[in-house]
Design a protein around this ligand. Structure first.
Ligand SMILES: [Zn+2]
Length: 326
């Protein structure tokens, strides 16, 4: 019977719908703002948050107390886990983070002197920055040259193709552009791209651009594939020599914390784009996930997920720069 068939179809559609509702990917945005990692480097404390609504700044208030303590309350938020650590140098001596009450998270900074910091929220990076005076780094004024290399491109080199037809060359370009725009706001970084559109570029030309632009850091962005369909959708960061190793570890750590996925660092003796790459402080190749895995493909196609990858890469470049001259 036709009616019966229609009913069955509706049931099936409802079932599929349920499956999607249950999917963790679509539920990954929490109702509350989440206070994530905190970092202290040079003259600022960075508080990463995951806003309840992407792009919407969480409400907050802050104050400096008479006993050299500064606090910031992030409203309508929760803390993933409390934190209490002591800092050995700089203006901040101790950082604490906890759930102040049901709806408010609080970060307290114990200061060595009586200073009032500047507070700003950077929407693209979904983070607060608590800034204490001018940077104390010796390299103030130094500009780091970063070359972003979106893997593959053009008809000749689509790269891996996912089960739903997603091409690696499109994913890599999209992530690269997000990273480019994040880095574009920094005064201490000059960004270059090996390609800005769907275009074939040989591996040797990509490497040559490192030399031509006098590049400090080279990051090649890729997505992986494997014949085992449901292979663990993890991140792999490759380096070739000891220079690249340090950057590779930072990239691994940041992507692991940003994406919550397994991330590994490996030495790759053959990857030609990073081999003999003249980048002064190192070259790495990042396999951002497995495009051949249907779940991986879904993640990598997702604009929010791509933004998280870009933010992880941004944070690792920032850590590299911050730790370069200490
Ligand atoms: Zn690739």
């Amino acid at each position: 019977m036709k009616k019966d068939l229609i009913r069955k179809l509706i049931c099936f559609a409802a079932f599929i719908n349920l499956l999607f509702l249950a999917s963790p990917l679509l539920h990954s945005v929490p109702k509350k703002n989440t206070v994530e990692t905190i970092r202290y480097a040079d003259n600022k404390v960075i508080i990463n948050v995951q806003p309840a609504v992407r792009g919407k700044r969480p409400s907050y208030k802050y104050n400096t107390l008479a006993d050299n303590r500064f606090y910031i309350d992030i409203l309508d938020s929760r803390v993933e886990k409390p934190l209490d650590f002591k800092a050995s140098k700089g203006v901040v001596s101790r950082i604490r983070r906890n759930q102040y009450n049901n709806s408010t998270s609080r970060v307290v900074l114990h200061l060595r002197n009586n200073v009032k910091p500047k507070v700003k929220y950077i929407e693209d990076l979904s983070r607060f920055e608590i800034i204490f005076g001018k940077s104390t780094k010796k390299n103030s004024g130094r500009v780091f040259r970063v070359l972003i290399d979106p893997g593959h491109g053009g008809k000749l080199s689509p790269g891996a193709v996912g089960p739903a037809g997603t091409k690696e060359k499109d994913i890599t370009l999209s992530i690269a552009k997000k990273l480019q725009s994040l880095l574009g706001d920094r005064d201490d970084v000059q960004v270059f791209m090996t390609r800005k559109r769907d275009q074939y570029i040989s591996v040797s030309s990509r490497r040559y651009l490192s030399k031509k632009y006098g590049i400090d850091l080279f990051i090649s962005i890729h997505a992986n594939s494997h014949k085992i369909k449901y292979i663990n959708d993890q991140v792999e960061v490759y380096y070739r020599d000891s220079k690249g190793k340090r950057l590779a570890s930072l990239v691994r750590n940041e992507l692991r914390s940003e994406l919550g996925r397994k991330s590994e660092v490996r030495r790759h003796p053959y990857a030609t784009v990073i081999r003999n790459n003249p980048a002064r402080y190192g070259a790495v190749l990042v396999e951002t996930g497995y495009l051949s895995n249907p779940h991986g493909e879904k993640r990598l196609r997702n604009g929010n997920y791509q933004s998280k990858i870009a933010k992880g890469l941004y944070d690792s470049i920032e850590s590299f720069i911050n730790s370069s001259y200490h």
